[in-house]
Design a binder for this molecule. Structure first.
Ligand SMILES: [Zn+2]
Length: 469
């Protein structure tokens, strides 16, 4: 089966390369934002602005604004492809409307053509320990030339390079190198014993076998440090150099915290996927669970601070990301991830089946009111999740296979992207102007609407697109 894997590589550009990277990111941001404006202002029934029409104008734009010439053509094109993907996700209801990219926040660009990229160095070291030789590598990219980089792990033998995405995170440049390789089909592990996993509030992840994975939570010290950094930003004059420095310090701290969380999550999911063939988790809606209790001005919510603390401790564990990564890792090794309905898993006694809210005398302890069974509350819930996946109680039919090798293969068999609209998918607005069409939503903001209306009434000609700059 085909395995796609992205490896994150730390880039060590020299001064000229770093400056050029910044300018390329700027060009891609500019073209993405102009393209977004075009779509917001000029799309209407009968005249859709598509990727194809926008990509056809790149050379024109480059001729008019010479500085676009500094960025490789493919990177500019990719910025438009990304916008098209963002719109597709928006129309399919998966995300909100695309927003303009911001300087310093969305600095990235992609090289999609593997023929133009080379990654050299000792890349296929089989040694499990990270040897020095693997850390030194050189990534050659169009216009940038040879960029020194640090590899943190071996690239599996037989991998083919697909694309390279360069991005900046808190001032550091990194590249995501996407590779693809053929691997033997993994042995089917879906008949192995099921393990239940409960993502608790007191303990991050507890398995029905009793194993506990201590994913790091933001400590009190870290929270205080974060508050201090945020305070420093707030105290600086807007637009000043000192404020910019404070902002970059805050960003660096946040990135470091996120890296720690991610590292622990990756290690835990790898360990679980290695030791268990089938895992069951609750099908939780994280966004609903962590909704703010603040309420409105008229009807203020109760226990706002307590709920905010609970939300923080749930989100510290990153339950959504954990579920996705565990699913991917199980699928790649022939295992399976099952999702079961979450109702009552924390109130049911795993020994006798008695279900009552009073079974939980405190948040951490489970004590059955009927049979007297006592256990750790999270471990009891993990056993209930396992039993539900096995069909021992409560509507096993409601459980679903979230990921498995079969699903992964179906996913990978789908074409990566295609811009051709299917005949039966053709969107019509039923005679309404585009901005009033409910399906497309009111993303054409008020100002753009006014300008579009003004252009339409003033005459048949529309302003040159590049004048939007
Ligand atoms: Zn009981």
């Amino acid at each position: 089966m085909l395995i796609r894997q992205a490896l994150r590589v730390r880039l060590l550009p020299n001064t000229q390369q770093a400056q050029l990277m910044e300018r390329i990111a700027g060009c891609c941001r500019a073209i993405g934002n102009v393209a977004l404006d075009q779509r917001r202002w000029f799309a209407r029934p009968g005249r859709s602005v598509s990727y194809a029409s926008q990509a056809a104008e790149i050379s024109e734009l480059k001729a008019e604004f010479r500085w676009f010439g500094e960025a490789p053509y493919h990177c500019l094109q990719q910025a438009l492809v990304d916008l098209e993907t963002a719109y597709k996700n928006f129309w399919a209801g998966r995300t909100g409307a695309p927003k303009p990219r911001r300087r310093g926040r969305d600095d990235s660009f992609r090289f999609p053509d593997p023929a133009q990229i080379t990654l050299s160095g000792n890349l296929h070291v089989t040694d499990k320990r990270r040897t020095r030789s693997i850390k030194q590598a050189v990534l050659s990219l169009p216009k940038l030339g040879a960029v020194r980089c640090v590899l943190h792990r071996a690239i599996p033998a037989g991998s083919r390079l697909l694309s390279v995405t360069v991005s900046r995170e808190a001032g550091r440049w990194a590249a995501s190198v996407l590779t693809e390789r053929d691997a033997p089909e993994p042995a089917d592990r879906s008949s192995e014993p099921v393990v239940g996993i409960d993502l608790g509030v007191t303990q991050p992840a507890v398995l029905s076998t009793g194993e506990v994975y201590a994913l790091p939570r933001a400590s009190a010290g870290a929270a205080a440090h974060l508050a201090r950094l945020q305070q420093r930003v707030a105290n600086k004059v807007k637009g000043s150099k000192n404020r910019r420095k404070a902002v970059s310090r805050l960003a660096a701290f946040k990135v470091a915290q996120a890296r720690k969380r991610r590292d622990a999550m990756e290690k835990a999911t790898t360990h679980i996927a290695k030791n268990h063939g089938v895992a069951a988790m609750e099908d939780l809606r994280v966004r609903n669970m962590t909704a703010s209790a603040r309420g409105t001005v008229e009807e203020p919510g109760a226990n706002v601070a307590a709920k905010a603390g609970l939300n923080r401790s749930i989100l510290d564990v990153a339950p959504g990301a954990l579920r996705v990564r565990l699913g991917q890792k199980l699928a790649a090794t022939g295992g399976q991830l099952l999702l079961v309905p979450p109702a009552l898993t924390s109130q049911r006694c795993n020994a006798c089946g008695h279900t009552e809210a009073g079974n939980r005398p405190s948040r951490d302890v489970f004590a059955c009111k009927v049979c007297g069974h006592t256990a750790d509350a999270d471990a009891n819930a993990a056993c209930n999740i396992r039993d539900r996946a096995l069909g021992k109680w409560g509507g096993a039919a409601k459980g679903e296979v979230a990921s498995s090798t079969a699903l992964l293969l179906v996913q990978q068999a789908k074409p990566k992207r295609s811009f051709k609209k299917k005949q039966n998918e053709k969107q019509t607005t039923g005679g309404l102007p585009a901005q009033a069409c409910p399906k497309r939503g009111g993303f054409l903001h008020a100002q753009g609407r006014k300008r579009a209306a003004a252009t339409r009434s003033s005459g048949p000609q529309r302003p040159a697109r590049s004048s939007v700059l």
